[in-house]
Design a protein around this ligand. Structure first.
Ligand SMILES: *Cc1c(COP(=O)(O)O)cnc(C)c1O
Length: 424
């Protein structure tokens, strides 16, 4: 019987045997001791499971990977040092120089830079598509060398909701996988494999960690994409010369993608998580189900309050009944849309700055999605080099405030926002 996500959050991953520590231990060791060199040779040849060097795998990270794979319903997971590393490895595992992929234009800024600047320098092309593109427009973005489609379930910071059906249909019609960054909903609010995604990526630095204590990333493999039938992925279906001719689909079947990501790309790129960070991530995830519920209920109350407030010009929260994405939310995110809201104060940039400077409980931070309520004014911080025209092109109006609603009592959050709005 598969257990509920709440139980998996608490119990999955580390299951101690008789007399072992009850709590997941931090295996702060780069190396592992074996009795014979033959055994180590078999480990290197991927013939037997086991750890031999922490860049490749570590028992603390492995426990969190197992928890994550169970929560998503995948065949395996790979933890990375950050969300950026997870996006990088997910793409490089499918695309070589000369290949191309399609991404929703509504993405995290760091991901946009990675795709649009750094991957292009490596010879991998990307076409960004409007998340609201029609099926026909999406279709026209495909090229013969397209190898993947990428989107975010709830995009950071635009908060657009991915139309899974439209994106997965297009990807599968062209025999390529759909990769979904599920950072904001977490598996508590959305499990993308149920809606046609093939690979899921995360920045675990946000809600999964939940306390803003450690950077991390995760890649989860559904095991459902048929690499052989596609015929477009020789890296998975033909011999790997860097592994003396190993064929990932033959040796590892459904888990070919995630084994290759670890054995080849983690080996070569080295963006491995620290065991201590894996421990902290696991600790955060033990309360994920409780925190996500509270983030959602608090943000719903805050969004409804802001929408009615006379000093507020507009509110963008996918969980509001008035949201442009309300139909997509009903379909894909029926339990809630996490805790991030953006809104505009009447009075433009000046009003936004006065509002932020008057807050007492909500802190000004360049982060989202942790237990504490935080705010950011992109026009005066992360995007301050841009003119108002450039801000508009990036979808960021000068008055936009991004609010990450925490898990404090909702009345206290609303009281703080109310007193600060009275000063605008
Ligand atoms: C923060 C974030 C990332 C990048 O993750 P890091 O852990 O900061 O490297 C990627 N995608 C989304 C949606 C994010 O919010």
């Amino acid at each position: 019987m598969t257990q509920h996500p709440d139980t998996l959050c608490v119990q999955q991953g580390w299951q101690p045997k008789n007399g072992e520590p009850r709590v997941l231990p931090i295996c702060q060791s780069t190396t592992y001791k074996y009795d014979s060199s033959e055994h180590v040779g078999d480990l290197f040849d991927l013939k037997v499971p086991g750890h031999f060097y922490t860049r490749l795998s570590n028992p603390t990270a492995e426990a969190v990977e197992k928890k994550m794979a169970a929560l998503e319903g995948g065949v395996g997971a790979l933890m990375t040092s950050s969300g950026q590393a997870a996006s990088l490895i997910a793409i490089l595992n499918l695309c070589n120089s000369g290949d191309h992929f399609i991404a929703s234009g509504s993405l995290y800024g760091g991901t946009t830079n990675l795709f649009d600047v750094t991957l292009k320098k490596l010879g991998i092309g990307v076409t960004f598509v409007d998340p609201y593109a029609t099926a026909a427009e999406l279709q026209s973005a495909f090229k013969p060398n397209t190898r993947a489609v990428f989107g975010e379930t709830i995009a950071n910071p635009a908060l657009t909701v991915l139309d899974f059906e439209k994106f997965s249909r297009a990807a599968h019609a062209h025999k390529v996988p759909l990769i979904v960054d599920n950072t904001f909903p977490t598996p508590i609010l959305c499990r993308p494999f149920e809606f046609g995604a093939d690979i899921v990526t995360y920045s675990t630095s946000k809600y999964l960690d939940g306390h803003a204590v450690s950077l991390g990333g995760m890649i989860v493999d559904s095991g459902r994409f048929d690499w052989k039938a596609s015929g477009k992925f020789p890296g998975l279906t033909e011999p790997d010369p860097s592994y003396h001719g190993l064929v990932y689909t033959e040796a590892f079947g459904d888990a070919a993608f995630i084994v290759k990501a670890r054995a080849q790309l983690m080996r070569d790129l080295g963006c491995a998580p620290a065991p201590m960070n894996a421990f902290l991530l696991n600790l955060g995830m033990e309360t994920l189900h409780l925190r996500m519920e509270r983030h959602c209920r608090n943000a719903e109350a805050v969004a409804a309050f802001l929408e009615k407030h006379p000093a507020v010009a507009w509110v963008n929260y996918p969980g509001l009944p008035s949201s442009r994405d309300a139909a997509l939310v009903r379909k894909y995110l029926p339990h809630g849309t996490a805790g991030v809201i953006s809104f505009g104060a009447k009075g433009g940039r000046q009003a936004a700055v006065r509002f932020m400077d008057s807050l007492k409980l909500a802190a000004i931070v360049v982060h989202v999605a942790d237990a504490r309520t935080g705010v950011l004014h992109p026009a005066s911080t992360t995007h301050r080099q841009l003119t108002d025209e450039q801000l508009a092109a990036a979808g960021i109006s000068p008055e936009l405030v991004r609010l990450s609603v925490g898990i404090e009592h909702p009345d206290d959050i609303i009281a703080d926002l109310d007193q600060a709005l009275s000063k605008t």
